[in-house]
Design a protein around this ligand. Structure first.
Ligand code: NOJ
Length: 543
């Protein structure tokens, strides 16, 4: 029997920036409810919400102070229950974010844990420091820069945090932590939630606290990246909880390799996120501007298709710069390259994840000033570079590249005030391009990225070959990508130009005959075709 997530497409919502319903400038649950018809019409059936739990917002929801209540900025538990039931009426299911590598430092457990005699002490990593408690217990650095340890006077000890100091790491050696997490899972699954996206789930188990090898980033990683007990813990969660519900789980697993990914997706989780494709544009020297590297992009896509039978496929999320400027050309070919990316995303084997705004080709900020940044990463990098006496302009350029606000700018619904996101002052400025890039315009334009998504989503739903078919790569020049999908005698050929130039096709493709199921150029006949136009993408049904 096929499972729901193998048949449907997931849409990620960053609630803070999706739709504000009460004019406070912050997106909320009622806002999401008001947009359910939009999502139904688009054709997505699963919504993953970035964290909506109570949070002091040091990392905008990824620091949770109470897992059993909703952030009042977003609404109430009643609103959340209404969201689940309104979604259900439309055939849509809700997936939550599960953040259990760490809690907020304002969580009751952590507050209590400062007391050495509290039963909560061992929920976290409290340790004495080196050199008479003056230096951190080891040399680990946090994912967001700086030491991974913070000293607390009243506890007279240091605690570990792989992210900001406001996000103390839970100690998964303690079986109580597992018990608590199982309670959270059951609480939401019993409410009718369809599953969880599990935050940094391949780092939860710290095998040892020994010094890490010296490296540029995240010193200590080798002591906690996907350890054996990490797999054991997830298997226990699977056995105890997930396997008893009709639910979906996807792990955020940065740095995952094929071997571990296969384990994670076997009686632990259903899918994992790999970041090789998204990061295929990064350069060895961090200060160099990222650049689309077609060969690498293709290689990573193909490799992950080959290595796992079924996995998550995505080009964007709330931590990443937008995919259109990364892998397409928003200036000259916004529609062509945006619809080309949509074609790839929706014709891979696996469950596609669309990130809010991707379906209309939203882009990164052009001129967001560091004073306007909200993201801890952007702010940290900017201040670090300034401390290193780099010129302001250079610091701004580099920080704006890492700044995760790029993906979090408010959703652009229309050309009216604040792009229709809010009647108040948006918590993050609306991107300056909202007059040209917005849902309403995309819906009215004859040709648009939105329409491409809608068409492709429908096609995928109606075509078993695209949904269930095996993936067969072909070897071609790096300027274009081509692959087959094969299912019960049906064959589809997907071909896409990855460049803004015309690309000549080889003989074997020119000779191919078939029916065009989708083309992002109107009036395209595949017969007699010799070249692909800029970012042209086609799905052909081979007879
Ligand atoms: C990954 C999340 O996607 C990111 O937004 C967050 O900052 C870190 N995990 C820490 O929770």
């Amino acid at each position: 029997m096929r499972r729901f997530f193998e048949e449907e497409v997931v849409y990620q919502i960053y609630p803070r920036s999706f739709q504000d319903s009460n004019g406070d400038g912050i997106g909320d649950l009622n806002g999401i409810i008001s947009r359910l018809d939009y999502l139904r019409e688009l054709g997505v059936k699963i919504l993953w919400l970035s964290p909506i739990y109570a949070s002091p917002n040091a990392d905008y929801g990824y620091d949770i102070s109470d897992y059993f209540s909703i952030n009042p900025e977003f609404g109430t538990m009643d609103d959340f229950e209404r969201l689940i039931s309104e979604a259900k009426k439309r055939g849509i299911r809700i997936v939550m974010d599960l953040v259990v590598n760490h809690t907020s430092n304002k969580h009751q457990w952590f507050i209590a844990s400062k007391n050495e005699n509290s039963p909560y002490r061992s929920y976290y990593y409290w340790r004495k420091g080196r050199k008479d408690n003056k230096l951190p217990p080891n040399n680990w650095t946090s994912n967001f820069g700086g030491s991974a340890w913070t000293y607390v006077e009243e506890a007279d000890a240091w605690y570990l945090h792989l992210f900001t100091p406001e996000q103390p790491d839970l100690d998964w050696h303690n079986p109580k932590v597992l018990e608590e997490v199982e309670k959270i899972l059951r609480f939401y699954l019993d409410k009718g939630v369809y599953g969880f996206r599990c935050d940094v789930i391949n780092q939860i188990y710290k095998e040892s606290l020994a010094d890490g090898k010296r490296r540029v980033r995240t010193i200590g990683l080798e002591h906690y990246l996907q350890k054996e007990n990490n797999h054991q813990i997830l298997h226990t969660l699977y056995e105890d909880v997930f396997s008893h519900y009709d639910c979906m789980t996807v792990g955020e697993t940065g740095g995952v390799d094929f071997k571990n990914a296969r384990r994670f997706t076997n009686e632990e989780l259903d899918m994992v996120f790999q970041f090789d494709t998204i990061n295929s544009d990064s350069r060895k020297i961090p200060l160099l501007a990222p650049k689309m590297q077609k060969k690498r992009f293709k290689r990573t896509l193909f490799a992950w298709q080959k290595e796992l039978d079924w996995n998550a496929v995505c080009f964007e999320n709330h931590d990443q710069r937008r995919s259109l400027p990364r892998f397409g050309n928003p200036k000259k070919y916004p529609y062509e390259s945006g619809s080309m990316l949509a074609t790839l995303l929706l014709t891979m084997r696996g469950t596609p994840f669309i990130y809010q705004g991707e379906e209309i080709g939203m882009t990164n900020y052009k001129n967001l000033k560091p004073e306007e940044y909200k993201d801890v990463v952007g702010l940290y990098i900017y201040s670090l570079l300034r401390k290193m006496h780099l010129p302001r302009k250079t610091s701004e350029r580099v920080a704006s590249y890492f700044n995760r606000d790029n993906a979090r700018s408010p959703m652009q619904w229309n050309g009216e005030i604040n792009a229709g996101f809010s009647t108040g002052v948006p918590w993050l400025p609306v991107n300056g391009d909202y007059q040209e890039v917005n849902v309403l315009k995309e819906q009215n334009d004859e040709e648009s990225i939105y329409k491409a998504y809608k068409t492709l989503l429908k096609l995928r739903r109606e075509d078993d070959v695209l949904r269930y078919g095996t993936f067969e790569e072909t070897r071609t020049k790096s300027s274009f990508i081509a692959y087959y999908r094969l299912y019960e005698g049906g064959l589809r050929f997907v071909i896409a130009n990855l460049t803004g130039h015309r690309v000549k096709l080889p003989q074997w493709i020119k000779r191919m005959r078939g029916e065009v199921l989708y083309s992002n150029y109107c009036g395209a006949g595949f017969l007699f075709k010799k070249v692909l136009r800029p970012y042209e993408a086609l799905i052909i049904k081979i007879r």
